[in-house]
Design a binder for this molecule. Structure first.
Ligand code: AVJ
Length: 323
């Protein structure tokens, strides 16, 4: 069984991009939100990142799931898996497999902003799991949580946010997001979070500034997206990729730094923006976590941290929380 709800149209996305670009390029310092990295090329570059020797998070999370998916399934004991920001599928499959074996699963609700990608991957899951009710939802889960399909009041749910996706949010918005998630869940439901952990700064920086320059291309791709979608004339080669560890906030910052004094025209917004040589624009934060800190954040949102599993190297964690 397969269906797809669209809570986000191409027009909604266009409006959101315009607002983010107008606001971010007028701000001091300039910034662009990371959600615009992921057009077709950006998504392909991200897939390449996940296979880089320096980028351990994807492999580490998969290793944890390979060992612990059964324990997750048993502890959650859920009839529905809701996955926010569903990735390319392998990790989802491990979870679905384990939940299917556990014997209660009957619904899968993948949620993503990228409709085409979501439709094809969710359809594949439906084909491989006859009897599973696959209900895909195209939406921005930071805004459309309230629109998620709920089968029945008594249904036990596991809501998963994997891949350290929550690391893109600053603490304030993250706290609001976790409270919103708590708001759509009820007693007996569970939350599974994949989070990257604080570690040696050199390894963190290398993970976001790889030797092959794939992450640099991924970072600059946001400028291509704005060129295509808003008729801008950014020269991506005129910006350097930077990745820095902010030890105080415990997050990685990715920036683009203008190589020269330059003026960029964004025709679709009727906007001209000046960059000074050396000027930096923030394009992403990727927060890194500690067990005590995440436990406190979960507690503040109304969850109890019940399991904390890390990979053998202690690089990444899966946190299972109950309502
Ligand atoms: C998909 C947001 C988890 O923060 O590690 C990878 C994105 N950026 N390399 C991350 C990313 C640069 C990734 N997340």
């Amino acid at each position: 069984m397969f269906r797809i709800d669209r809570n986000l149209t191409a027009d909604d996305l266009d409006k959101a991009l315009r607002a983010d670009v107008a606001e971010g390029l007028s701000a001091r310092p300039k910034r662009l939100p990371p959600k615009w990295f992921y057009d077709e090329r950006g998504s392909a570059l991200f897939e390449e990142i996940t296979a880089l020797p320096e980028y351990y998070p994807t492999r580490a999370e998969r290793a944890i799931l390979e060992l612990r998916a059964d324990a997750v399934a048993e502890s959650a004991d859920a009839e529905a898996l809701i996955e926010l920001g569903s990735g390319s599928g392998i990790k989802t499959r491990l979870l679905l497999e384990a939940m299917g074996d556990h014997g209660r699963l009957n619904r899968f609700v993948p949620v993503d902003v990228s409709g085409d990608f979501l439709a094809s991957s969710a359809r594949r899951v439906a084909d491989d799991h006859p009897g599973l009710d696959v209900h895909a939802v195209v939406g921005d889960f930071e805004e459309h949580l309230g629109l998620l399909p709920v089968a029945s009041a008594g249904e036990r749910r596991l809501l998963a946010v994997l891949g350290s996706t929550i690391g893109n949010q600053e603490p304030g918005p993250r706290a609001a997001f976790l409270r919103d998630v708590r708001g759509v869940l009820g007693h007996g439901d569970s939350l599974l979070l994949g989070v990257d952990l604080v570690k040696d700064a050199a390894r963190l920086v290398a993970a976001y500034d790889d030797a092959q320059g794939i992450t640099a291309a991924f970072n600059r791709n946001v400028l291509n997206v704005i060129n295509h979608k808003l008729g801008a004339d950014f020269d991506p080669a005129a910006f350097d990729h930077l990745a820095r560890w902010n030890a105080e906030r415990e997050w990685i910052e990715m920036r683009l730094r203008s190589r020269t004094d330059q003026r960029v025209r964004i025709a679709g917004l009727g906007l001209e923006v000046d960059f000074a040589a050396g000027e930096e624009m923030l394009t992403e934060i990727s927060a890194k976590f500690r067990r005590e800190g995440l436990a406190a954040e979960l507690d503040a949102a109304g969850f109890d941290l019940v399991h904390w599993w890390t990979d053998p190297d202690g690089d990444f964690a899966l946190a299972l929380a109950s309502v």
